[in-house]
Design a protein around this ligand. Sequence first.
Ligand code: KG4
Ligand code: ZN
Length: 390
Amino acid sequence: MLPVALRHSRLPRLVTRTLRSTLQCPSSLRCFTVLGIESSADDTGVAIVTSNAKILANVVKKQHLVHENYGGIHPYVAVQTHQKNLARAVKEALEQANMRATDVDGIAFTRGPGMTGCLGVGSSAARTLAAALSKPLVGVHHMQAHALTPLLTSPPSSRPQFPFLTLLVSGGHTLLLLATSVSDFRILASTPDEAVGRVFDKVSRMLCLPWSKLGPGAALEEFCLDDVDGTAPAVEVPTLPGAMPSVLGFSFSGLHSAVERFVTANGGGEALDVPTKRALAREFQRAAVAQLEEKVQLGFDFCRRKGFEVRHVVVSGGVASNSYLRERLRIRMEQASPDVPIALVFPPPSLCTDNAAMIAWASMPRFLAGDFDDYSIAIRPKWSIEELSS
Ligand code: KG4
Ligand code: ZN
């Protein structure tokens, strides 16, 4: 950690004023500008974001197609691809923002959780850039960044107010959190087995759906939406299971196995006729989303019992771009609180998936507080979001 005097001497004058108030700054004054780097899994992201919530640049280089043949993220290939893409992504972000690297006020990067090698690529680049440019550095928690994205993307009138519930649904995580400040999160429910996004990916693969440029989960959603020509499925698809009814916790391995058993019993994904595949995809999506809905409702009831006045539910992470999930949650929240409206807040789909704008944004409170990391800071591939409070 840098000495306090030195730390503050590096901040633009406005920032010390902004410290005690909000993240906003009047447009006539210069804001704090952060270049963020995201490389926790299979997307290489670089973005430039200001303390008054302007995204000046947002570059995401996706790797889905590179990993398609491996059936999941191949760690070594992911590291190599980050290494190949990151320098160009930094250059493109600076060009998009029409800035030079020296114009940036701080460098942020994803410190964890995530894949060790992948985190290492972004961390090395960020630490080297910050050291070479003599800029302050902040390492960010990836899931905190997903949770805080709506504070960047929502207009002030619909910005979520603390305390709010956050459902984070991605390829690596299924988490229901109670957020009481930008750095205080309590885990209400998580999964001991598979993350919902990963199961979407695996089912999509089992059904041999083409991965489209959006990736396997989005391909499955698209397949469910496709028009049907009226042909009945050759095989009747069973009702798929939920998990641990009335328990505040997720589990997706039972659902995954049930789909796998059905597919195997019927000769494999290649052998299934399209109407059966579509019926199975729809039943899978229904069961996965029904579980998410139920646990959000349980979390909401829990908060109420504990005296937290929750008025917003933030839904983020890659799976949050699923429109069936959005619609079901809307219906569920109307039922859960018929008198007091509960606002569901979704970042725009492009910022639901991994991106560096959320990383730059999540770093902002720490930059504005002069709370920087040392250039030798280590990555945290495993890192509970609850540790941020301490
Ligand atoms: O947040 P994200 O980009 O990366 C992780 O941190 O994992 O989430 C990626 C996950 C993948 O599993 C992807 O298949 C899933 O989100 N996903 C979807 C949809 N779009 C992305 N799952 C269901 N429906 C979608 N439309
Ligand atoms: Zn993510």
